[in-house]
Design a protein around this ligand. Structure first.
Ligand code: UGA
Length: 435
């Protein structure tokens, strides 16, 4: 099947590479010539396990090409819109500039019977508005097919997702769109992947409500961490215990520095803004979800201050991890980078090591010092902060760290180290929500 993918950021680049790898003929289109050049030469513009290999296979097969010209979408039967919907500056609402521009750019190149497929995360009501536009200026149809991929697992999530959701128009157009999408995703559907066919509004809401639920789950356990801190309880044991209840489940119950990234924070804000626009208070609780999440950063800064005896200025702080989560070089709204910058602003000498995100962090926080390995960051440190739970940080052993640091003090902001082992080795060990 011939398809175009408009927008080659995280979502679009992975989607284009995976679709071509699965056997489709794909053109990826983006306004950024630098990104297109990298992708066309087989280089992923961001760190994502498995993506370079999928990209290479797809390019070698001759089924994948990249372009900056929207006219190259002509001739494809399916056109995926995979551009970003960031938070609008000065407001909580989603900025739809890129989605609108992508659809406008496609209009002159659509043919009768084509299907435009929205994948971007959008406020409910967007698909119906865009469908009117597409229908009015071409004989094409529109479907909304939200994407649920996680960074770090993007390739697997694209090739074999938990489920497909098709938001389609009613009647024949909906049946046609469903048949086209079934052909696009034939490989995964053949293995029994569930697929739900809904109206536009439901499909749009599935995506934002899934992210809102995940954010709420994380903030719930982080609120429990606050209670645990006040009472001497251990939030990690609490999470294990309630997680055994299959109705609750243990996943996404890791208390710590909280959520960040390019999705959960802006999606809960945009969802709440949309609900307010609809005249509803239904999602006002998401403001608390956001607030609990941000308070965890304050807590780590306060713990650092406490461990340094109230004198942050001039102290050397080793920051292990600045990516918003492991297996990613993404520092968008990264809780770890936020903490690092706040300690730097308070006068600490912050030395950062992240296995993949040093370069992305340096772009937006050039004032911090970046080093190439954990040992260099730890060397002479007055305080160690584990802020992103990369595998190599989880495997740190107190006996190896002790000889490097100036003072054995550590904040385990992701609750991934063994408190007893670090304390026995002489460290002042602090975590979030556990004694
Ligand atoms: C999230 C969703 O998980 C995807 O399903 C969705 O497709 C994507 O947003 C999107 O909208 O595009 P992602 O941003 O890659 O994916 O990251 P997550 O794995 O959801 O993690 C988000 C944040 O929550 C990270 O900062 C992580 O450290 C934090 N987290 C996660 C916790 O603090 N505790 C947990 O138990 C789990």
């Amino acid at each position: 099947m011939r398809m175009s993918v408009i927008g080659c950021g995280y979502l679009g680049a992975v989607h284009a590479a995976c679709m071509a790898d699965l056997g489709h003929e794909v053109v990826g289109i983006d306004v950024d010539p630098g990104k297109i050049e990298m992708l066309a030469s087989g280089h992923a513009p961001f760190f994502e396990p498995g993506l370079p290999e999928a990209l290479r296979r797809a390019l070698d097969s001759g089924r994948l090409r990249f372009s900056t010209d929207p006219a190259d979408a002509a001739g494809a039967q399916v056109h995926f819109v995979a551009v970003g919907t960031p938070q609008t500056a000065g407001s909580d609402a989603a900025d739809l500039t890129y989605v609108d521009a992508a659809v406008q750019g496609l209009l002159p190149h659509l043919a009768d019977g084509d299907l435009v497929v929205g994948k971007s995360t959008v406020p409910v009501g967007t698909a119906s508005r865009l469908a009117d536009l597409v229908r009015a200026s071409s004989g094409a149809d529109l479907a909304w097919n939200p994407e649920f991929l996680r960074e770090g697992f993007a390739v697997a999530d694209t090739v074999s997702p938990d489920r497909f959701v098709y938001g389609v128009p009613s009647g024949d157009a909906g049946e046609r769109a469903t048949a086209v999408l079934d052909e696009v995703y034939a490989t995964a559907l053949a293995t029994g992947t569930p697929r739900l066919v809904t109206d536009y509004a439901t499909a749009e809401l599935v995506k934002v409500s899934a992210n809102a639920f995940l954010a709420t789950k994380i903030s719930f356990i982080n609120a429990m961490a606050e209670i645990a801190e006040a009472t001497g309880a251990d939030v990690t044991q609490l999470a294990d215990a309630i997680g055994h209840d299959a109705r609750i489940g243990r996943r996404f119950l890791n208390a710590g520095l909280g959520f960040g990234g390019g999705c959960l924070p802006k999606d809960i804000r945009a969802f709440q803004a949309r609900s307010r626009e609809l005249g509803l208070e239904s999602l006002d609780f998401l403001a608390d979800v956001d607030a609990v999440n941000l308070r965890r950063r304050d807590r780590v800064v306060a713990l650092a201050d406490e461990l340094l005896g109230g004198h942050v200025r001039g102290q050397r702080v080793a920051v292990l991890g600045v990516a918003f989560k492991p297996d990613s070089d993404d520092v968008r709204d990264s809780p770890a980078l936020d903490v690092a910058r706040r300690l730097h602003a308070a006068g600490a000498e912050v030395v950062v090591f992240d296995p993949e995100a040093n370069h992305t962090a340096a772009r937006i926080a050039p004032d911090l010092s970046y080093v190439d390995d954990a040992a260099s960051a730890l060397s002479g440190a007055d305080l160690v902060l584990v802020l992103t739970e990369w595998k190599q940080f989880k495997a740190l052993r107190p006996a190896d760290v002790l000889p490097l640091v100036a003072h054995p003090r550590l904040v385990d902001a992701r609750n991934v180290l063994d408190p007893a082992a670090w304390r026995d080795a002489g460290f002042e060990y602090r975590a979030l929500g556990r004694p």
